[in-house]
Design a protein around this ligand. Sequence first.
Ligand code: UN1
Length: 518
Amino acid sequence: MKALSALIAGQDVVSQDNLFQSLNPANNNDVVGTYASADKPLCRDACVAAREAFPAWSATPAPVRASVLQNFAHLIERNKAALAQLVTREMGKPIREALGDVQEAIDTCHFFVSEGRRLYGQTVPSEMPLKELFTYRRPVGVFACITAGNFPVAVPSWYFVPALLCGNTCVWKPSEDTPETSLAFYKLLMAAGIPKGVFNVVFGSGQITGAALVSLVDEGLIDKVGFTGSTEVGRQIGEICGRNLQSPCLELGGKNPLVVAEDANLEAALSGALWAAFGTAGQRCTSLGNLILHESVKSTFIKRLLEKVSELKIGDPRSQEIFYGPMISQKFLNTHIQNIETLVEKHHILLTPKNGRISSANDWGTFSGDAQNGCYAFPTIVDNVQKNDRIYKTETFGPLINVMTYSTLDEAILFANDTGYGLSSAIYTTNIETAYRFKTEIKAGMTSINNSTTGAEAHLPFGGNGKSGNGSRQSGVWVIDQFTRWQAVNWDVSGKLQLAQMETGYISPTDLILPTQK
Ligand code: UN1
């Protein structure tokens, strides 16, 4: 059997080696698609195609490039329902969230379409007469990008919409958990009018295809790498890019804190914490990790949180009623179960009665779906977590949160900051000084005041510090610095050589203005 392995210069490339299936995680027997992991020669072909397409695409006026992205927005809008259904079927997020995932791509297009009419440079005064200085944003070149399966439409759009707008050509290695959604994304982009070779896809696993693609940085075939995924892989990519003097765009893990202060609006905090913890089955980079409760509200908060958790509707993600569906795939479910087994220690208190995998023999009261075959997990809350515990510092990427208790704001901020990660963060408080101190002293790249840790809007900078990334930011005007390089131009029209710093007409001050006394 042969399956699709790559899309290079507008052509389908099939292979019979390294086949893999994308399964619907709600039941594990609906095969969404069969693909073949692209090998290194195929990744090389994709990069060469992107290099060949670069001169013409980068020379295309930015407003014309933007018109293609306008078409893309239109096509996604027209196909929004079908695309969201595919996202739900392939990676299991509830349909309401899948529609949001698709909407985030539309929002991203809308923002960057008008950026095609800006992409401003500057005119800068020169220190010499008859000389002008300018700055221009120039595209970087071939952009190779590896994305995760949890936001299979929004996050690729965060990379490719601005990358293409800025005149770069692309090679994409989408998650092996969402190849069919990625193929749909590609088809819409091609139908929008992207020329052949400007956007290429290599399907496959991280170990085979991802590793092969990134190794081509050493061959000089790639000018910029983007990666959303684990800190461990991000570090390897950073090393390869670093020895080639490149700075990748890395969006890595998180262990996001949510603080509930003594003066918080508890109802709002409960909804925010519940959503941050268990929305998308906890599989967002921005999902809640450490819930940090003031000692005076802890018992009330926990009691009400557990009530709300017991009412959560888990099950078939096609239903509008469902709070969360299956994990992205069996692999994610296995890791989640392993995390509970290895990270929960003796002094911890499991507040949730059932933990790990939901099955037909051991299910959840309101569950509706295929518990026997689907990748469903119980919500897990671990109390009495301390700062030195491994679970406090480990990203778990599933429906699992820690509870910590604090008495002073200093302590809460320390707990929020000390995990080594610094992606998202949140505080619930009605005290202005507490909110002010939190937003000033938190080390995370993103902070919510009286809002959940998740739900960043598509035109604010997205990214983290510490183990969450390398300081790069996506979205909004900020990401343009990832996809362009500044060129400084000076233009001398004097007709002669004028030496900067040496032949300037700087006017020296006359120092001795006031009479001195003898
Ligand atoms: C991610 O998990 O990689 O802020 C992206 C949020 C979404 C994007 C998450 N808008 O939760």
